[in-house]
Design a protein around this ligand. Structure first.
Ligand code: UTP
Length: 281
């Protein structure tokens, strides 16, 4: 299966950090965010990845490209562990790039992938969301999509006060944690929301979506919303994600995620805990 990673957004919630660098390249502990996304794609069996980039996003391409000068220098100085790490990154997968010329919204970013995708179902993975689970999130969606012959999106229960920030689904539970979706609303008021199940950034979509994006008017925030186009799909299921997701698109969640990931690494755990205890004093 092919996958599209939209990563062209302006990242305004993270300014000024994102003025000249992509938020998708912000490090979470020991890797840039988008590397976790690519690793999830590969673990899900995706073998063709298209990243939608834009102005100021060159470092994404450079990160996954080979860097001969750096490799030579690491070789000369005998830093073979680092050399291996650097080489592994550029061998991860077949990665293609396309530029979204104007940031007109997520729906428009996905539309940029139309030619590359062709006529098959495809995965979409937001470049600023990391997931963690036993079975990779995108793999769960691919399996369900094949089972139901339908587009499938991952959702998570969010508290009422957060409902207004997300696309929200409504529908009927057809099996444990799987819903047949009949309503999709982008950023509803809490009293108008059909549920508190929020779309969390992983999708498997059928290619007729592209026709729906073409016919989608500007939505919330004056953007072409993916949610509005998805609402027109013939068949859509939602999977309540059995795992954890991390949105690094805002400062505090990025910081919490970095700390959590560092605490999971035995090498840094003790040092970090000592430091936190010191700060608490
Ligand atoms: P977000 O809405 O989180 O990204 O989109 P944003 O627009 O950069 O964020 P803020 O609100 O200004 O802080 C989710 C993903 O979709 C991409 C983003 O790069 C992000 O990875 N995106 C968003 C695009 O590729 N193009 C767009 O026009 C909008």
């Amino acid at each position: 299966m092919k996958c599209v990673i939209p990563a062209a957004g302006l990242g305004t919630r993270f300014l000024p950090v994102t003025k000249a660098q992509p938020k998708e390249m912000l490090p979470v502990y020991d890797r840039p965010t988008i590397q976790y996304v690519i690793e999830e794609a590969i673990a899900s069996g995706v073998d063709d990845i298209l990243i939608v980039t834009g102005k100021g996003k060159r470092s994404i391409e450079d990160h996954f490209d080979r860097s001969f000068e750096l490799e030579e220098s690491l070789k000369e100085s005998g830093k073979f562990d680092l050399l291996k790490t650097v080489e592994e990154i550029s061998n991860l997968a077949d990665i293609y790039y396309i530029r979204q010329k104007k940031q007109k919204g997520l729906g428009d970013a996905i539309y940029c992938a139309k030619k590359h995708i062709g006529d098959e179902p495809f995965a979409v993975m937001l470049g600023d969301i990391i997931t963690k689970s036993d079975v990779p999130c995108t793999k769960q969606l691919i399996d369900l999509s094949q089972k139901h012959d339908s587009s499938v999106i991952a959702v998570e229960k969010v508290p009422n006060e957060k409902v207004e920030r997300y696309g929200i689904i409504g529908g009927t539970e057809v099996s444990e944690d799987v819903y047949k979706v009949d309503t999709l609303v982008e950023k509803p008021k809490v009293n108008e929301a059909p549920s508190n199940l929020a779309i969390m950034g992983r999708y498997v979509l059928y290619p007729e979506l592209f026709d729906h994006i073409e016919n989608t008017e500007l939505g919330v925030g004056g953007e072409i919303q993916l949610t509005d186009a998805m609402a027109k799909l013939d068949s859509m299921h939602a999977n309540v994600f059995n795992g954890r997701s991390y949105d690094i698109g805002n400062k505090i969640d990025w910081l919490k995620t970095s700390i959590e990931f560092a605490l999971e690494d035995n090498e840094s755990k003790g040092i970090l805990l000592d430091y936190i205890q010191e700060m608490m004093k």
